[in-house]
Design a protein around this ligand. Structure first.
Ligand code: 3HC
Length: 697
């Protein structure tokens, strides 16, 4: 028998048990082990066969590490064909998360029993794929078209109760011993002479309203999942389920699955799956590094950022003391949080009772003295070094000695902040992204003296509050905002050299960015960059062409969306952006002043300049040891800056384009545009000649 699959008779019931930690993925060994066990069950005394799993979950899908490697028999479709045609009653016993190929295995059994705590789902779309082992054909037959669309195009799992409502699960049970309950269920089925139900035989016809819904979903998905191929192919498969019959539908599914698998989008999204998990790991951290149990958090600053951070902690049951200068300021902050939750309640995300218990976790205060007992303080005050140093000095005098002191700064030097305290080893950066209760990224910034323990604690607590943490070393702007500077510089230069805000944003958005750089500037507020520049020397600011237009917009009161105008005008009702000739007048005047002759710029040039500027700076960040690995940079950009996951982040995209090609294009920019701006990172030059990979840097 296989080392990862066992088979034994429990009375007259055969029990197959998969034990392939951590998530029982369907590796070759698992597939062949199940196939062998099914074969053994043909001729033994079993009257029914159960597929169950040891460990924390039922099979969580195909083994993603095998994708792109030569196929090994039996394939999953072959195995499921064997399962579907098995002469004995088959039952899947589900616990944990039955996902992807795992759930498709369960759907190929005659019956499914699940613990109430189990979840089932088809998350392939998150990997740029569609369910490729019958899921697209069986789910619509069992759950109907609407349920199938939702399950497969969102990729989000549903709980066992909901799955039972959709006829995807036959029995939901509570208790510990799932296998014993599954055996009892199988015995019951045998005793009742229950039929061998097969999803394949269920009737499916598309009503006119189903057709209308499919068309509507197709259109909505074009907008919601802009640029992604897999969601559209999933709709194709659901249509095939209704129109082609089961066998033909399966063939169509296979064809489209292979097409998606060969698409660079899937390679990018699979890269992101592993990148996200790698980012949480800190290289060379001793295994026994102590992790502080964070039970009480203090947040200083009840503005938008502080309030959003407070929500993250309060939602997972961690008590927050939210401090601001005055009772009025903290009350205003609390009101804003309550308003945010009222919107969530109206959208059905939380119940009134849940919100009440979350709000009860937040205590408002206007006194730093109330932070004496907290385990972690996060400062989210005005972005000014002297102000932050003052706050940390005060905290140092009040907080208990083991408390961790974090700054949510976007740019300031953590070491200079730490130097204001007597405990620099307890100081680090925890850089949230706005809106902090929504954005998944959290940069954990290590100062020169930050201890291993506080870094490990910050990574752990970040995951607890649902964030994707990435470790960054200390430099101006850390990973994300440091890369944003050359990206914004190139956007501003394209504007000066010949483009319009709409052309730049349009080119980047069609390429895949969630929002173009000009629109992002308007959303964040152009005054933020303006104030940051005020603290820089002329040399640090860079060439005037890269910021003068932004300065002039701010000086004209155009701060972005909040003032109704920035690079665009905004409709006060809908916030729709509209071109504004006044902006182009400012651009023209600034060009005249700087002696810049405008020319026609292609969308391709815009995309190349902006994406290569990002990746080149990313490579320098790697060289400087600011990021642990290239894939961490991809995580930062996909989770914090709207970089499309289906391009896999700026570093993955660079490799997909081809490093030698990218380097050649940068050299072209260096000779035609600016040698100063286009100094190719040494690492990229080396990889370009030696054919190496960024993952090995
Ligand atoms: N294949 C290979 N490795 C996998 C895997 C998979 N399907 N799923 C998880 N892993 C690995 C992770 O990389 C991680 O490895 P690491 O410890 O070395 O970093 C380890 O298992 C644990 O994973 P998580 O850290 O994600 O553990 P969690 O407990 O947080 O989450 C989970 C568990 C919900 C199962 C989550 O891992 C998950 O969502 N997995 C992916 C599920 C998926 O996408 N399945 C579909 C695959 S495609 C498919 O089935 C095609 C089919 O239709 C033909």
């Amino acid at each position: 028998m296989s080392p990862v699959v066992s088979y034994a008779l429990h009375g007259n019931i055969g029990v197959i048990s998969v034990d392939n930690a951590p998530v029982n993925a369907l590796s070759h060994a698992v597939r062949s082990g199940i196939a062998e066990a099914l074969t053994a069950a043909y001729s033994d005394a079993s009257q029914a066969v159960i597929i169950s799993c040891a460990g924390r979950t039922f099979i969580a899908g195909a083994d993603i590490t095998e994708f792109g490697k030569p196929p090994q028999e039996p394939s999953l479709p072959d195995l499921l064909e064997q399962l579907d045609n098995h002469p004995k009653i088959t039952v899947a016993a589900l616990h944990g998360t039955a996902l992807g190929g795992g759930f498709e295995t369960a759907l190929s059994c005659n019956y499914r029993i699940a613990l109430a705590s189990a979840k089932v789902g088809l998350p392939e779309v998150k990997l740029g794929l569609l369910p490729g082992a019958g899921g697209t054909q069986r789910v619509p037959r069992l759950a109907g078209v609407e349920g199938a669309i939702s399950l497969m195009t969102t990729g989000n799992p549903i709980n066992a109760k909901k799955a039972a409502e959709l006829s995807l699960v036959d029995r939901v049970v509570n208790g510990d011993d799932l296998v014993a309950q599954a055996v009892a269920y199988a015995e019951e089925l045998v005793a009742a002479n229950a039929p061998q139900k097969q999803a394949r035989t269920a009737q499916i016809t598309l009503t006119d309203s189903d057709r209308a819904m499919l068309n509507q979903q197709r259109t909505q998905l074009l907008k919601k999942t802009r640029g992604e191929t897999a969601p559209q192919r999933i709709i194709d498969c659901i249509e095939a389920a209704a129109e082609l019959g089961f066998e033909e539908g399966l063939r169509r599914e296979r064809e489209l699955f292979m097409e998606c698998m060969a698409d660079p989008q899937s390679a990018a999204m699979r890269h992101m799956f592993f990148a996200e998990r790698a980012a949480a790991k800190i290289n060379s951290l001793p295994k026994d590094t102590p992790i502080v149990d964070i039970q009480r958090v203090g947040i200083i600053g009840a503005g938008t950022m502080g309030g959003g951070i407070a929500m993250c902690f309060a939602q997972v049951g961690i008590h927050v003391t939210l401090v601001d200068m005055s009772e009025d300021a903290v009350k205003a902050g609390l009101d804003k949080i309550a308003k945010n939750y009222a919107i969530s309640v109206s959208r059905g995300r939380f119940s009134e009772a849940q919100v009440a218990s979350i709000m009860a976790n937040i205590t408002p205060s206007s006194s730093y003295q109330d932070l004496a007992e907290v385990d972690l303080v996060i400062e989210a005050v005005f972005e000014n070094l002297a102000v932050k140093q003052e706050v940390f000095k005060t905290l140092d005098g009040i907080c208990k000695p083991c408390a961790i002191l974090a700054s949510n700064t976007s740019y300031q030097n953590i070491d200079e902040i730490a130097a204001a305290t007597s405990r620099p080893s307890s100081v680090l950066g925890m850089h949230f992204f706005s809106p902090a209760n929504v954005m998944k990224l959290l940069e954990v910034v290590r100062g020169a003296e930050s201890s291993d323990s506080i870094i490990a604690t910050a990574m752990t607590v970040s995951k607890k509050i649902g964030k994707v943490p990435v470790l960054s070393g200390m430099c101006y702007g850390f990973i994300g905002n440091r890369m944003l500077r050359p990206y914004s510089r190139e956007a501003a230069l394209c504007l000066m050299e010949g483009a319009t805000p709409a052309q730049i944003d349009g080119a980047m958005e069609r390429w895949g960015m969630a929002m173009g750089p000009m629109a992002v500037g308007d959303l964040a507020g152009l005054d933020i960059g303006y104030k940051a520049r005020e603290q820089l020397t002329e040399e640090q600011k860079g060439e005037p062409a890269s910021y003068l237009v932004a300065d002039r917009l701010v000086e004209a009161g155009r701060l972005g969306q909040k003032s109704g105008a920035g690079y665009y005008q905004y409709d006060p009702e809908t916030r729709r952006r509209m071109d504004d000739p006044a902006v182009m007048e400012i651009v023209a005047a600034t060009c005249a002043e700087l002696g810049i002759n405008r020319r026609t710029i292609s969308d391709e040039e815009i995309v190349d300049r902006l994406t290569l500027a990002l990746a080149n700076e990313g490579a320098k960040i790697l060289e400087d040891g600011i990021a642990q690995r290239a894939s961490d940079i991809d995580v930062v950009y996909c989770y914090g800056y709207g970089f499309p996951r289906f391009k896999g982040g700026p570093m993955h995209n660079l490799e997909a384009v081809g490093i030698p090609r990218a380097v050649a294009r940068m050299e072209e920019f260096a000779s035609k545009l600016s040698a100063q701006n286009w100094q190719t990172a040494k690492t990229l030059q080396e990889l370009s000649t030696n054919g190496g990979k960024l993952a090995d840097v």
